[in-house]
Design a binder for this molecule. Structure first.
Ligand SMILES: Nc1ncnc2c1ncn2[C@@H]1O[C@H](COP(=O)(O)OP(=O)(O)OP(=O)(O)O)[C@@H](O)[C@H]1O
Ligand SMILES: [Mg+2]
Length: 260
């Protein structure tokens, strides 16, 4: 399947979790294709399988049946043969910017660690790259020696984004990156993602409950419901002319960010 032009391709993917005596079908026969440089939103209510999809694409959960490929290779194959390179290609941004940062490391140490693990720059020569990364996400480089608790939620999420960018990934998977933030700063963080996508040609998969947030950043939207894709299309088509009842319900429920 190496001639598959899609950068991310998911084929008939199902994921079953065992919980107690029963089985939860978190993803049910899902297929999708995302091309290099696209920004694609995945929306759906709680429990629709969005995080499970993010975890499959980042190699944290294995498909029960079906497959997930990055650049033509299954993720299982990547992890078996070239896990470090896979970690450099695909990075994830988490919902909780506090829980995902080490509270004992300053911003400089957090970013230096990412650069060192992947040997991006020679040891001791991280300084310039750290300044560049902080600027790229709109953080003042003079804050480099501060700890996570000294920052606001929005700033912490910027640190998480800078850490993901440190390894120069091709693909960024952001799972609800703004839903833990004050509404007033959500649009700012979305702007960072939008600008990075535009400036670097990164492939961005943005997962959210909120259609308005996703539309602001992504040209294409995939709507999930109970582990299945119920509709996909351009953001404009989905938001202006939804074909599926469930998408209409999501649109009606949009509280909105004030970003449109
Ligand atoms: N580790 C797990 N063990 C058992 N069931 C799980 C596990 N993780 C998720 N599930 C179940 O799988 C389904 C899909 O969950 P998932 O977290 O992927 O949804 P989601 O769309 O990300 O929801 P949310 O919007 O609340 O984050 C849900 O029914 C959930 O309860
Ligand atoms: Mg989730």
């Amino acid at each position: 399947m190496n001639n598959d032009p899609a950068q991310i391709s998911v084929d008939a993917l199902s994921v079953l979790y065992r919980r107690g005596g029963h089985t939860v079908r978190a993803l049910d026969n899902v297929s999708l294709a995302i091309h290099g440089g696209e920004a694609v939103g995945i929306v759906g209510e709680s429990g629709s399988g969005k995080t499970t999809m993010a975890r499959v694409l980042t190699g944290l959960v294995s498909p029960t049946t079906g497959s997930a490929r990055i650049e033509g290779r299954t993720i299982a194959d990547w992890l078996r043969s070239d896990p470090m390179r896979f970690r450099r290609r695909v990075q994830m941004i988490f919902q909780d910017p506090y829980g995902s940062l080490n509270p004992r490391l300053t911003v400089r140490q957090t970013l230096a660690e990412a650069l060192q693990v992947h040997r991006i720059v020679p040891r001791g020569a991280e300084g310039e790259r750290i300044v560049e990364l902080m600027r790229a996400v709109g953080l003042d480089p003079s804050y480099a020696d501060r700890y996570p608790h000294e920052f606001s939620g929005g700033q912490r999420q910027r640190i998480g984004i800078a850490r993901a960018l440190a390894v120069d990934p091709a693909i960024l998977i952001a799972d609800e990156p703004v839903s833990a933030l004050d509404v007033s700063v959500q649009a700012q963080v979305l702007n960072v993602l939008r600008d990075l996508h535009a400036a670097r040609g990164l492939t961005l998969v943005l997962i959210a409950h909120d259609l308005a947030a996703v539309r602001y950043v992504c040209r294409r939207i995939i709507v999930m419901h109970r582990g299945r894709i119920v509709e996909e299309g351009t953001s404009d088509a989905i938001c202006e002319n939804p074909r599926d009842d469930y998408t209409r319900q999501l649109l009606a429920a949009v509280p909105s960010l004030g970003v449109q």
